[in-house]
Design a protein around this ligand. Structure first.
Ligand code: PLP
Length: 389
């Protein structure tokens, strides 16, 4: 009989060999930049050889379609159908496209955002005040959590858009997207969800949730390269929205180069703009394929177990934990309140333990499907050593 080692119990550890950096570091920073899959290097090389060998023909041999074909790979992870996700450079661009398609000049001009949202989203929203938007922020009482009832109470008949971060970047607080979307729809409002910190570690089904818009990016839990963000728009909305932030790729017949106002494409391409970021899309592909193969349900099951383990290790070491204990309210990150957290994080990196620090939050540590339990113990031990020295 084979001895029961961690790798025979935890089948997900077989994926470790696909991520070279795991051989050299204790990699616990997938909430910021997921480990690079070996396949990403091959994919980027394929981009270069296609460019070199096929030249201009590469556009019609796949490049032009990449924002949709790569979007389909993301769609499988977040529950979207074929053609319902288009790729962009980042979340900030996706947010700008969506909000540029809404009319902020009427009586229904309220944009409800929340205190845990990513700052870049709010920067864009506050700019919309110039177009008539009334931005209402539901504050977080403690910088980490947000009572659902406060959010629900802010949504009314004058609300045009509700913007929610599914999992908060600072504290990993997991919000009840379903309840918020139902309330928004009752009030006749639309919802845009930022899935950056959930997709790939927390199961998401954009169609079951009936989200109107969803966006996120590739680095972090999806293990893609930088410069690839995705935008989902509910299919039955396509023909109702005409983004002002647009470009020739959003035209029904882009290669006619027609003058005058745009005639929008009849599908999700209408949310595109200019030339897509082709190398970034190549660099993101392998991560999306692996996450789909591993399955987010299995990733989540392991994440709940390992984040709980990490919190109990921190408890034993008397390190204050700033993460929700209830797994239904937490994403994939555990935040530890370590004095002098920035310097400790720097020293951990020198010791090949990769985590990060956010002011007002603490040291953020995130096990992903490829991490071992031993790596968690090692990280906590190293934090103790840094604190002692
Ligand atoms: C929840 C969330 N939204 C948005 C962003 C930033 O997105 P982008 O740089 O793609 O605009 C981040 C990055 O850390 C994030 O965590």
């Amino acid at each position: 009989m084979q001895p029961q080692t961690e790798s025979t119990i935890d089948a997900l550890l077989a994926w470790r060999r696909e991520f070279p950096i795991l051989d050299r570091t204790t990699y616990l920073i997938s909430h910021s930049l997921g480990a690079m899959p070996r396949g990403a290097a091959q994919s980027v090389a394929e981009f270069a050889s296609t460019w070199a060998e096929r030249g201009i023909r590469a556009w019609e041999e796949g490049w032009w379609e990449l924002p949709v074909t790569i979007g389909n790979l993301v769609g499988r992870i977040i529950g979207a159908g074929e053609g319902e996700v288009v790729m962009h450079q980042n979340v900030s661009i996706c947010q700008s496209i969506v909000t540029s398609a809404l009319d902020w000049s009427g009586r229904r001009n309220k944009l409800v955002t929340e205190g845990l949202n990513f700052p870049s989203n709010d920067y864009i929203y506050h700019g919309l005040a110039r177009l008539g938007a009334r931005v209402v922020e539901v504050p977080s009482p403690d910088g980490r959590t947000l009572p659902l009832e406060n959010l629900l109470a802010a949504i009314d008949e004058e609300t045009l858009l509700v913007s929610i971060s599914h999992v908060a970047f600072r504290s990993s607080y997991l919000q009840d997207l379903d309840a918020i979307t139902r309330r928004a729809h009752e009030a006749g409002a639309l919802v845009i969800a930022d899935l950056y910190q959930s997709a790939g570690t927390v199961p998401v089904d954009v169609r079951a949730l009936q989200l109107d818009f969803a966006t996120g990016g590739s680095v972090k839990w999806l293990c893609g390269g930088p410069g690839a963000g995705y935008l989902y728009v509910r299919r039955d909305h396509w023909n109702h929205f005409e983004p002002i932030f647009t470009g020739w790729a959003a035209h029904e017949q882009p290669f006619q180069f027609a003058a005058g106002p745009i005639r929008y494409a009849q599908d999700a391409r209408r949310f595109l703009n200019g030339t897509p970021n082709i190398p970034a899309l190549y660099s993101a592909r392998s991560g999306y394929e692996i996450i789909h193969q591993v399955g987010v349900e299995a990733i989540r099951e392991k994440s709940i177990r390992q984040t709980a383990l990490l919190m109990s290790l921190a408890d034993e070491a008397a390190i204050p934990v700033r993460t929700e204990r209830d797994p239904a309210r937490r994403g994939g990150v555990v935040t530890l309140d370590v004095p002098d957290g920035a310097r400790v994080t720097h020293e951990l990196a020198r010791r090949e333990v990769l985590v990060d620090y956010r002011p007002g939050a603490g040291i953020r540590i995130s096990p992903h499907f490829y991490n071992t339990d031993d790596e968690l113990s090692h990280a906590v031990e190293e934090i103790q050593r840094c604190r002692a020295s």
